[in-house]
Design a binder for this molecule. Structure first.
Ligand SMILES: [Zn+2]
Length: 268
């Protein structure tokens, strides 16, 4: 049986850096990213170039990773100017990253309350940002923030947000359980519905651990079809942390349901 590739995306240096008491220096970032590369993770999210001096310096350096692609993180363009004139997108494009991951809203409630823009303007911000990044030939991923809560409240709109990025050519659409409040059966049900619109080989899962279900939710999402797994070393992350890659990776190696179906860049 030919095994499918399961992609591992490490966000220790970005989401993990939100952990209370954690403050990575440039030297820490160099050492951790080198270790992640030798482990064989597919993607290393190094931070947000332009957001602070450490991340900017880290992304100004050339990294010769053997196994991993370096990912720069940021947000979709703001309403009121074009993607071409968005300074934040420019700093991501100018960084020495091979991939760019932009987060954006997929819950209509947040589009209204947090951004104060229309649903259509939000869709335009997503598709214009996607188009602009993809034109640059960097690999593009879209982090759909609060996707599961958004889907439960307005599934049609949540789906239109991820399709706005996918239809422009996004390599990955990441379904985020940003508050960590979704349970495994709901994750499974919603991911199965999403795969009717976007193939699982283009979907990722980003789970927070507020109900202690981040690992369970990630496994449920993989079983339901996603092929990229996001997490951090030892589950570092803000509040209760992110999905713990140190639990997930051994599970993918040792448990037959996963080991018989998938191979990873990480080798044992
Ligand atoms: Zn997160």
């Amino acid at each position: 049986m030919i095994k499918e590739k399961l992609y591992i995306f490490d966000t220790t240096l970005r989401d993990g850096a939100q952990t209370q008491g954690v403050d990575f220096s440039i030297d820490d970032k160099e050492k951790i990213s080198a270790a992640l590369d030798s482990l064989g993770v597919d993607y290393i999210e190094g931070g947000w170039p332009g957001a602070n001096p450490t991340d900017t310096e880290f992304f100004n350096k050339k990294h010769d990773f053997k196994n991993s692609k370096l990912v720069a993180f940021g947000m979709t363009k703001k309403t009121g100017h074009s993607a071409e004139n968005d300074p934040m997108l420019s700093s991501l494009l100018n960084s020495k990253s091979s991939s760019i991951c932009l987060f954006g809203k997929s819950w209509d409630f947040h589009v209204d309350i947090a951004l104060g823009i229309t649903n259509e303007q939000n869709l335009e911000n997503i598709s214009d940002s996607a188009k602009h990044i993809i034109k640059s030939s960097k690999e593009f991923m879209f982090d759909a923030e609060h996707f599961f809560d958004g889907y439960k409240s307005n599934s049609k709109y949540a789906l239109s947000c991820i399709k706005a990025a996918f239809n422009e050519g996004a390599r990955w659409i990441i379904l985020c359980d940003t508050n960590g409040g979704t349970l495994p059966d709901e994750i499974s049900e919603i991911v199965k519905e999403v795969t009717k619109h976007i193939p699982g080989k283009n979907l990722g899962i980003h789970a927070h651990n507020d109900t202690e279900n981040a690992v369970a939710n990630t496994l449920a999402a993989v079983s339901a079809g996603v092929r990229q797994v996001q997490g951090t070393i030892n589950g570092l992350g803000e509040r209760c942390g992110n999905a713990n890659l140190m639990s997930l990776i051994p599970t993918f190696f040792l448990k037959k349901d996963f080991a018989s179906k998938f191979e990873m860049g990480v080798k044992n």
